[in-house]
Each structure stands twice: as C-alpha cells, then as structure tokens.
Design a protein around this ligand. Structure first.
Ligand code: URA
Length: 244
C-alpha cells in the first residue's frame, strides 16, 4: 500500500507554502483531494491522490537541500527588484523552487541553507528549536567583559530581548582599536548581531556566519555551494526536534 501522509504535510513538502499556511488553506476550503474539497485537518493522502490548492494541481517535487557560502553584497532572497545579486544566482539551474531558510543581511557573509521543503524550513526556523548559529564579527572598539556579559544576559532593543548563548573575544587589535568576537545565537531576529553590538556601542564592521548547528563552511569558498547529504538533513531534523 502507498504511504499515507497528512494533507498539510504533503502540501508543505511540495514547496507551495508552509505547513501552517497549508492548514489555513485547508480550513478555508481551498484544498481539494480527488476533486472534493477537504476542509478539516488530519486527512491523510497518498502519492496516488490528486491534490489541488486554489484549483492548481500540486506538482510533486523532489525535496532538495543546499548550503551556500553567501558572499557579502548578496541579498538573501529569490529575486531582487533592483537587480542586485541574490542567493539563488549561486545555485545551478534546477527545476525545484528553492528558497533560503532565514536570512543573512546584504553585508553578512557565511552559511545559509536553501530548500524547497517548507516543513523542513519551518522546523529549523521555529524560535523554540534553539539551533546554534555561530557568528564571527569584527567590531569597532574593544568590548569590556562587562559589555559582553550584558549581551549574554540579553539586551532590550526595539521591543526584542536579544541574547547570545555564548560569547568570547577571539583577538584584539589595540592599534586599530578593533576586536574579533565569536558568538552563538539561538534566536534569529532581524539584524540581531548588529543590533546587539550597536546597543553596547561597539558597532559591527564585518559579520560572518561560520556555523549552522553542526554544519560549517569547510571546503567552500564564498559563492560556492554543496548539497546536504541525506544524513545531514536527518541530523538537522533530529537536532531541531530534540530542542523543541
Ligand atoms: N545578525 C545580523 O545582524 N545580521 C545577519 O545577517 C545575521 C545575524
């Protein structure tokens, strides 16, 4: 017999939308299975069923997972109105519609994951899942121990409590009055590292994400990508599920 999966999961995996939005679409009566509207959650479907979302048949896409070493000066989105380079420009032409999991700022370099698996993306981005994101930053000034302690305790910025899980100075340059700092975040708020250091008056000059959970940039140069192995994908799912 064919494997049965929940309807919202199948929709999310097809890359159309997230699982939560799929649930909403189902409840709104916008999803059909074999020509009939299904508006309650929990219905299971198999590969043989015909699913339509907003009257458009779902194409069953194979899930793909990439990691990219995003260079600086690149937008973390699928396209840009102003014609600037986007992360997708660095991937090969593939039929799947992939998108980045979360964002790195235009001027931030480092590791970013891309996929067409909506459920996987949601799982990793959910704030309660506490995935380690390790950044290395160069800041103006040499922060005191006290200042760094503040970032570990958490600083209030524009209504967000922004906090580092770990933070340490890697090196300092007294002549140039700069410091290189490594910090680990679990949160993924907009411009989080920059806002945290602005708050303690040591502005970020350079920022790179060096690690995402157990994944590092080893073997990649800026602008290069690789596919994640199946083992890495299932490990990431486990990491996210464990820290729920
Ligand atoms: N924090 C930032 O400030 N920018 C990023 O791109 C990522 C984390």
């Amino acid at each position: 017999m064919d494997k049965q999966e929940r309807l919202q999961k199948v929709i999310a995996q097809s890359g159309v939308t997230s699982r939560r939005k799929a649930e909403k679409l189902i409840e709104e009566g916008k999803v059909k299975v074999n020509g009939k509207v299904v508006s309650e959650l929990g219905v299971k479907v198999s590969a043989n069923d015909n699913i339509e979302v907003n009257n458009i048949p779902l194409e069953k896409e194979e899930s793909v997972y990439y990691m990219l070493y995003k260079p600086r000066g690149v937008i973390s989105s699928v396209k840009d109105d102003k014609g600037r380079k986007v992360v997708l420009d660095f991937l090969p032409a593939i039929e799947q519609r992939v998108y980045p999991i979360g964002r790195l700022d235009y001027d931030t370099s480092g590791i970013i994951l891309l996929t067409n698996d909506g459920e996987f993306a949601q799982l990793l981005m959910h704030p309660s899942h506490e995935i380690d994101k390790v950044y290395v930053t160069k800041v103006k000034g040499i922060p005191t121990k006290e200042a760094l302690k503040q970032l570990k305790k958490g600083v209030q910025v524009d209504g967000d409590k922004l906090k580092a899980v770990n933070i340490q100075i890697l090196s300092t340059d007294r002549t140039k009055n700069t410091a290189i700092i490594e910090l680990t975040l679990h949160q993924g708020k907009n411009r989080q590292v920059r806002r945290m250091f602005e708050n303690i008056n040591y502005p970020v000059m350079k920022l790179k994400r060096e690690r995402y959970s157990f994944l590092t940039l080893e073997g990649l140069q800026p602008g290069e990508f690789r596919e994640l192995t199946r083992h890495e994908v299932s490990q990431l799912k486990q990491v996210a599920a464990k820290s729920k």
